[in-house]
Design a protein around this ligand. Sequence first.
Ligand code: 3PG
Length: 221
Amino acid sequence: RRGRLHLALTRTFMNNTLDLVSYGPVIPVIVLQRVEDAVPLAEALVAGGVRVLEVTMRTPVALQCIEAIAKAVPDAIVGAGTIRSAADAQAAKNAGSVFGVSPGYTSEVGRACQAAGLPLLPGVATASEVMAAQADGLQFLKFFPAMQAGGIPMLKALAGPFPDVVFCPTGGISLQTAPDFLALPNVKVCGGSWLTPADAVEAGDWGRITQLAKGATALRG
Ligand code: 3PG
């Protein structure tokens, strides 16, 4: 089992090219409404030991936020979430993203990310989607939406036919449930928005966000 996992991880690094799993157990899913929040939020997360940041391209300021973090927070490894098209991939890369996350997977988006030099963590929720991503050389996949798509039993079921795939479950995970996901052999990191509650960002309560980041960092002892 261990041998197979090691092999899986080695392949993962080759194909997805960015070793996102080594920096910590949680990738925060970030939604920003104001550009001026981007840098202090990223600094607050980094202060809590969380360096890999997914800024979702769901708000009009997302690209500006990515650019600001890429320029001003050298310890952050900033990526763009919600990549749904080739244009999104190129825009994310141009803004300074060092990786991309997509809610689902299409070969078009996969090719666009490859052409742009943007390592992609693509979302999958079914065996067919895992096969499509694998066929394009991707072995490190986001399992999304994790709770709604079957949670831990689904990840256990996928481990049988796909022993060479490593998952980042995202969607409906909390500090309380993350340890059960992280205990699975085919999960190395999970994603979630609980580190960046909208009210804390709105209020500029960066201390609270650093505390939440510390709690997430401590999940990998
Ligand atoms: C999202 O779509 O916002 C992400 O999957 C995060 O989901 P969560 O808010 O359930 O953590």
